[in-house]
Design a protein around this ligand. Structure first.
Ligand SMILES: [Zn+2]
Length: 235
């Protein structure tokens, strides 16, 4: 299945899915071999690869600073951003996640901030922008803290994480909570929201953002790993 939204959209007209699949395959991070194959998924829903030559297993984030952290990149990035941007305490960050349905420990947030703040500061220096008005929203199912959870998340047109929220269910209520939080916390009412065709979105948008232009795209069904490639490259 083709999952990479941006790439698939750009190339859909010119490549067969087999060619695209090949173009998206990862080279081995240890020996750079191109002879790699898909090897199941990680707990966070990311694609895992295995090298046919050296046997090493890896993912798109194996070489990034996020490797070996038990939470998705977005969650870590948001925790750090909230902590700094809103001058929250660690306990506040824990509470903000709890409001969005995710239990995170205070000491975990502390470790993320210590570890990632200097890296983000470095990476973000020349790219600082307010949240934009064109959002791509999707939901991902993954295994966090011993529970299966949906993550609703949005990125803006510059690829910045807007917000994320967590729900045991995928329904209009969960999507609505997500849009309310995202809009309240950023102070931005998006002019355009692009989602996949999931049924949860139209009623949620009618309730929270009745004036927004809603676009749907069948290529939006991304895993959580995908859209932050440019961020990860800088880490
Ligand atoms: Zn290898």
């Amino acid at each position: 299945m083709i999952k990479n939204g941006y790439v698939a959209t750009a190339w859909a007209g010119t490549m067969t899915s087999a060619e695209l699949e090949k173009a998206l395959a990862m080279n081995c991070i240890r020996c750079a071999s191109e002879r790699t194959r898909k090897d199941g998924q990680t707990r966070l829903g990311g694609q895992r690869w295995r090298c046919n030559d050296c046997g090493r297993r890896f993912t798109a984030r194996s070489t990034s600073a996020f490797s070996h952290h038990g939470f998705p990149d977005d969650v870590i990035a948001l925790a750090v951003r909230w902590y700094v941007r809103y001058r929250l305490s660690y306990a506040d960050v824990v509470e903000w996640f709890a409001e969005r349905g995710l239990v995170v420990d205070r000491s975990t947030v502390y470790r993320w901030v210590r570890r990632f703040l200097p890296l983000f500061g470095e990476a973000a220096r020349s790219h600082r922008r307010p949240v934009g008005g064109k959002w791509r929203v999707d939901e991902t199912y993954c295994h966090l803290n011993g529970k299966w959870t949906y993550i609703y998340r949005a990125i803006d047109q510059d690829g910045q994480v807007v917000d994320a929220s967590f729900s045991e269910r995928r329904n209009a209520r969960a999507a609505q909570t997500f849009f309310e939080h995202a809009s309240d916390e950023t102070g931005v009412r998006p002019e355009r929201v692009t989602t996949d065709k999931a049924k949860c979105y139209p009623p949620a948008l009618r309730a929270v953002l009745p004036d927004v232009e809603h676009r749907t795209s069948k290529y939006l069904n991304n895993g959580i790993e995908r859209d932050h490639g440019h961020l990860k490259q800088r880490l």
